[in-house]
Design a protein around this ligand. Structure first.
Ligand SMILES: [Zn+2]
Ligand SMILES: [Zn+2]
Length: 580
């Protein structure tokens, strides 16, 4: 997983150098500490250390102080090539057993590189900054446990994470975004807004949607389903379980079985819960002889799937064991492929724009070494994917050789308000499944042909997409997606009749509104509506009743003053229509 030395950017070199400084500081404070490895990672670096005691947050602060001294001393990083015997001698003296193990594994290679800065020597072949003084800004961020080399029978190391930058300004901005990300954590927001829960009693990685969360899902699904109908997709639904024979035929058992929930019925027949919707759609396609005049066929399903993910990788709504895909399979003629991909790309962009994700990263993954299909198949499909993007003047990156074994694909990542990337849509060509399920159509020539097939999902997993939405908007969803759009607050009990009248008009106008009755102080009720991130608050008291008006407070714009109810209705309806 770690980067090759030649792939290190200047920032990687700086961060990796900071990892050395971290290990150096730890050795000064804990001379019996043993060193593991310290690579740069996406947002910084880590160093795996074996220590007699568990480090605490307070210890990290002390270590940082020691690191400051090392940075100030401005030690140059000096790389030396030594013989394996010499390397072994150096690290044996220091009782660095993990390093000795690494040297043993390098056996047979010629010289081994060691890196020295000041009083510290490390075994390391990677590039570094010129000297410790170039580390202008750093911070140790967290501690986690990690098995040495990721092997469960090995000792547990303490993995200290940190980050470094070439200026304090960049570090401060990084730490600010990190704090903001913590506040926006969808697990926290989901709890605050009472949208969903995950209950260990019910099983890890399983989502319980509470009324408001279930309503948000309904809104997302309703929008997506309607848009599919507008674009000529047909709704289909496959069963939740299928006999194992089908999973053997689809190939899932040979490469995915360990991620599937498999069980036997009374008559000893083996079944599995679907981890993907594809086989069901293949079986529906096969129920009739299709003609070239029927194609393209676009089968769509909000398909609920189960995957036996390892408990260690489960994470809120982002990685779960039971989720729903907005999944479609498109069967078409070879000459229709490019136009189909183009219309899927349009569709994807329309949906992502509507949900407020205007920034995207697009990747095309091409043929890997071990793959099926002819050169011609791959060329045609890869060209179709590239042309679809080129025709629309969409920029993309090519990931050479990273396609699935069964075909090339486009992956679309979305960027959220904090600039973080999230895996979202995918468009994949598949040469395998039409073959495995012997799918055919009758061509214009009267002969049987194999249709070309695309898998595609726009939101990907609805669960993950919801999590992304919650973090992107920090829970303050746009009006059209808010489970409760308007909170009506009567100042006192005497204003409740008027409030009820307003509620009825709003509901009849299609809004989701609720009254916060006066069991609590006015201030407390306003605060509650704010914490629940309800887009509009309407406060009703004597003044409003006399003027036959309403007092409106917008979540984003603050106090809007008094206005006629009919004016508010028109304004808010427009906001919903334009999905702002
Ligand atoms: Zn190094
Ligand atoms: Zn599929």
């Amino acid at each position: 997983m770690s980067k090759l030395a030649e792939q290190y950017t200047d920032l990687d070199k700086l961060r990796h150098s900071c990892a050395h400084v971290l290990a150096q500081a730890v050795k000064r404070k804990y001379p019996t500490a043993k060193l593991g490895i310290g690579p740069p990672v996406e947002d910084g670096f880590f160093y795996d250390l074996h220590l007699p005691e568990s480090l605490t947050e307070a210890d990290l602060e002390e270590i940082e102080k020691e690191m400051e001294k090392i940075v100030k001393a401005d030690y140059p990083f000096e790389k030396k090539m030594v013989s394996p015997a010499e390397a072994r001698k150096i690290f044996k003296e220091k009782n660095e057993t993990f390093k000795l193990e690494m040297i043993d594994q390098l056996e047979g290679s010629e010289d081994i590189s060691v890196v020295v800065d000041g009083d510290f020597t490390d075994l390391c072949k990677y590039p570094h900054a010129h000297s410790t003084g170039l580390i202008k800004a750093f911070k140790l961020t967290s501690i986690a446990g990690a098995y040495w080399r990721g092997i469960e029978t090995n000792p547990v190391m303490q993995r200290v994470y940190g980050t470094a930058f070439s200026s304090k300004k960049e570090l401060d901005e990084f730490l600010r975004l990190r704090e903001e990300a913590k506040k926006r954590d969808h697990r926290k927001i989901g709890k605050e807004l009472d949208f969903f829960s995950i209950q260990e009693d019910g099983g890890p990685g399983l989502i319980f949607y509470h009324p408001k969360g279930a309503y948000l899902r309904h809104l997302i699904e309703q929008f997506v389903k309607e848009e599919h109908l507008k674009r000529g997709y047909d709704f289909v639904m496959g069963p939740q379980i299928l006999k194992s024979d089908i999973w053997v035929r689809s190939g899932h058992f040979s490469y995915y079985k360990e991620n599937m929930f498999v069980f036997k019925t009374e008559d000893e027949k083996e079944y599995a819960i679907k981890p993907m919707n594809c086989p069901g759609h293949m079986l529906i396609y096969r129920t009739q002889m299709r003609s070239y005049r029927n194609l393209p066929l676009r089968f769509f399903e909000m398909g609920n799937v189960c995957r036996n993910e390892k408990s260690g990788v489960l994470h809120g709504l982002l990685r779960v064991r039971n989720f729903t895909q907005d999944d479609a399979h498109i069967f078409c003629l070879p000459e229709q492929l490019e136009a189909e991909i183009e219309s899927v790309v349009d569709f994807v962009f329309f949906v992502l724009d509507t949900f407020g994700f205007k920034e995207r990263e697009i990747e095309i993954s091409t043929r890997p070494e071990n793959s099926i299909g002819t050169d011609n198949d791959w060329k045609r499909a890869t060209d179709a994917l590239q042309n679809a993007l080129k025709n629309k003047k969409i920029e993309y990156q090519v990931c050479e050789g990273e396609g699935a074994f069964y075909g090339p694909k486009i992956d679309i990542k979305i960027k959220d308000a904090l600039g973080r990337s999230w895996q979202c849509s995918t468009i994949q060509c598949d040469f395998a499944l039409p073959e495995r399920f012997d799918l055919e159509y009758t061509g214009a020539d009267g002969a049987k042909h194999r249709p070309v097939m695309l898998h595609r999902a726009i939101l990907g997993s609805v669960e993950r997409f919801m999590g992304t939405l919650l973090e992107h908007y920090a829970g303050a969803l746009p009006l059209w997606l808010s489970p409760v759009q308007i909170s009506l607050i009567p100042v006192a009990q005497t204003h409740e009749v008027y409030t009820q009248e307003v509620l009825e008009i709003l509901r009849a106008s299609g809004f989701r509104a609720e009254i916060q009755v006066s069991t609590d102080t006015l201030g407390a009720r306003i605060r509650r509506a704010q914490t629940e991130k309800i887009p509009y608050m309407i406060v009703l008291g004597d003044k409003e009743i006399q003027a036959k008006k309403i007092a409106v407070r917008s979540r984003s714009l603050g106090d809007q003053g008094q206005m006629a109810l009919s004016d508010f209705v028109l304004k808010a309806q427009e906001e919903i229509k334009t999905r702002r």
